[in-house]
Structure formats: structure tokens, C-alpha cells
Design a protein around this ligand. Structure first.
Ligand SMILES: [Zn+2]
Length: 188
């Protein structure tokens, strides 16, 4: 939906006031089509899901999950001194943790499913590290397991929601139709 900015002068108090006027859309309830190439693959360049149009969010999450986490192959992961040793991200960690994403820009890792559902599931279980600030203490790989946590963890719930995105679902209209058919049967 396009927005046009219009400036009005109030005749009552003489102050300038502003307001947005929305242009009516032909089909306002229809989700707007998103192209995967418009969604940044690099985790450091992404915006929050909440910053997208509410009509687009579900489709964006589905596209991100279908494309999979950002796991750059052939990248020379930079070394950095942690403690007394030089360490870097290890490519095979991608195989162990399929949700893991690596940002070339930040030299940090993130979690794709927690990124997609952070605003819905809530901020718990240290997910913030793997969503906003990123993680890069390569000597503490166990933190990946801590992030995953048990079956009730934030991560597990987010992962379940990602898998649900791929399931065919009943439309709300269909559910209402079935409900009203059932109510009619009960009334007769
Ligand atoms: Zn996660």
C-alpha cells in the first residue's frame, strides 16, 4: 500500500500538523508477493521480521527457512586470538548444527530459526546472543548446545514453528466453514 505525505495547516491554533493518507488498495487483505532475492542472505544485513509489513511476514519466514541458513562455503574463516590460542570458526560445525548461520561481515554466528521467531516466541534462553549480538567465542563451542537447550527451550519452540511453516495448513475460511456446517447439524 502506497502512502502519500500530506501537510495540513491547522486554522485553529495556527500550528502545522502532519498526517499520512493511505491510498486505497485494490486488494488490501491480499499478501504482497515477496522475492527471495530481496531478502538479505548475510545475517548482519537483515532487518527484524517485525519491521516488515504484517501481511508479508509469514511469507518472508517461509522463504528464509526454505533457502536455509547462511553457510558460506569456500570462505577463509579469519583467525583470532582467544586466550593464548589462535582460533576460527570451523566449517564442519554447519553439519552438526543445521540452524547455524555465519556472517562474513561480522565473523560471528547466529541462529536462523530464532531470528525468524524471536519476536513471537519471546526473548528467553540466551537466544539474544544468537539473534542480535552474534557469537564468536570459538573456544566455547559448547555454547551451541546451551543455545539449543532442552525440548522446552526457546530454540526448540522456534524450530518447531519453522517446521510448521512448511506444513500445508487449513485456511481460516475453511475452518469457519466446517464449524458452521457442524453447528447446523447440531441445531437440526
Ligand atoms: Zn536458535
Amino acid at each position: 500500500m502506497k502512502r502519500y505525505f500530506k501537510r495540513n495547516i491547522s486554522s485553529v491554533d495556527g500550528e502545522t500538523s502532519s498526517q499520512y493518507i493511505s491510498q486505497p488498495s485494490l486488494a488490501p487483505s491480499m499478501p504482497i508477493k515477496i522475492d527471495i532475492i530481496d531478502l538479505p542472505s548475510e545475517p548482519a544485513n537483515r532487518k527484524r521480521i517485525l519491521d516488515y509489513d504484517p501481511n508479508q511476514r509469514e511469507e518472508i519466514k517461509r522463504l528464509y527457512w526454505q533457502r536455509g541458513p547462511c553457510q558460506p562455503g569456500g570462505h577463509l574463516f579469519p583467525q583470532k586470538v582467544i586466550g593464548s590460542k589462535e582460533r576460527c570458526f570451523v566449517f564442519t560445525w554447519f553439519k552438526e548444527y543445521h540452524w547455524l548461520e555465519y556472517s562474513v561481515k561480522a565473523d560471528k554466528v547466529y541462529c536462523l530459526c530464532c531470528y525468524l521467531f524471536r519476536d513471537i516466541v519471546g526473548n528467553q534462553g540466551g537466544s539474544e546472543t544468537f539473534v542480535s549480538s552474534g557469537f564468536s567465542i570459538w573456544s566455547k563451542k559448547k555454547r551451541f548446545d546451551t543455545h539449543v537447550g532442552d525440548i522446552t527451550s526457546f530454540h526448540h519452540r522456534a524450530l518447531q514453528k519453522c517446521e510448521d511453516l512448511m506444513k500445508p495448513k487449513q485456511s481460516i475460511a475453511y475452518v469457519f466453514q466446517r464449524q458452521s456446517e457442524r453447528d447446523k447439524l447440531l441445531d437440526s
